[in-house]
Design a protein around this ligand. Structure first.
Ligand code: SF4
Ligand code: SF4
Length: 282
């Protein structure tokens, strides 16, 4: 179990706790202000990535002092975790409303409206506060090719669209807006998602690995390497001698995306806690 499961989930998966999606948490004025500012200031996200680049080049002692403090702050305000599709399905069972939103990361990195993010809410309709807050954000964020603003989806439609995104190798993640409130499910890739860039490219964690880890059944694997193209984390390697792919447990984030590209059903997820080499890696 990750740190958040102990802290915000009473020893169970924190993102499957209904209270972490509740309106009670969102009634906190500081949190509402944070959500508003987060969606309203695309440029500060891009600047954050520049800051990480500078931090990476800083002397080791500077990094050793600054990084733990910055990560602690990030865990308090906006932190994520990789979740496989089955877990997103369970999250959708918990919440009452799902809306599709333009991805704030892609706004910052590719300067275009790409609807890869899903706002989730316990509220039965869309008059709820998170949607009021997001609606109140500058028009630039919610207009563009899809001028409808917030796009309301049934849970079935949302899940079907996530399955399509898996085919494009996007990795599902769940996000806090001032912990422990959870407000969104995103679909990330290494090139455009600022969180993945920070965590994987700059080695500055802003999201936990999944509570799972992938493994390959060697007898089923034919060495086609299709899965390697899907992995956003560089966790797979091909063995020429065995004509099979192996997964590095130190690099696997447990997203499960590789499964969608394996026609042999050779890849399965296990609970991270059951794999000693990965049990304490977050
Ligand atoms: S896609 Fe499946 S069969 Fe092909 S290399 Fe990967 S695990 Fe093996
Ligand atoms: S090997 Fe691990 S990190 Fe890579 S796609 Fe599969 S589950 Fe995700």
């Amino acid at each position: 179990m990750c740190e958040f499961c102990h802290k915000h989930g009473e020893g169970k998966k924190w993102y499957l706790e209904a209270k972490n999606y509740s309106e009670d948490l969102l009634s906190d004025l500081r949190r509402r202000k944070f959500v508003h500012e987060f969606f309203d200031d695309v440029d500060s996200l891009a600047k954050g990535t520049d800051g990480l680049r500078r931090l990476r080049k800083a002397p080791a002692f500077v990094r050793a002092v600054l990084e733990p403090r910055l990560v602690k702050r990030q865990k308090r305000i906006h932190f994520g975790q990789v979740v496989p599709l089955e877990e997103v399905e369970r999250i959708f069972e918990l919440v009452n409303s799902v809306v599709r939103l333009p991805c704030i990361c892609r706004q910052a990195t590719v300067r275009s409206e790409q609807r890869y993010c899903y706002g989730v809410s316990m509220l039965p309709d869309l008059t709820g506060r998170i949607f009021e807050i997001i609606r109140a954000v500058g028009a630039d964020y919610l207009t563009g090719p899809h001028t409808g603003g917030l796009e309301v989806l049934s849970k079935e439609a949302a899940l079907a669209s996530l399955k399509e995104l898996e085919k494009k190798s996007l990795c599902h993640t769940v996000w806090t807006f001032v912990a422990p409130f959870i407000g969104g499910v995103c679909n990330c890739d290494r090139s455009d998602c600022l969180a993945m860039r920070a965590t994987v490219t700059h080695d500055f964690p802003v999201m936990f690995r999944a509570e799972y880890i992938a493994g390959i059944e060697p007898d089923l694997c034919n060495g086609c390497r299709a899965c390697m193209r899907a992995c956003q984390f560089g966790a797979m390697a091909y063995s020429i001698a065995q004509d099979k792919v192996m997964i590095d447990p130190f690099k696997c984030y447990g997203c499960g995306i590789c499964r969608a590209s394996c026609t042999k059903n050779a890849i399965a997820l296990s609970e991270r806690s059951a794999v000693p080499a990965a049990a304490d890696l977050w």
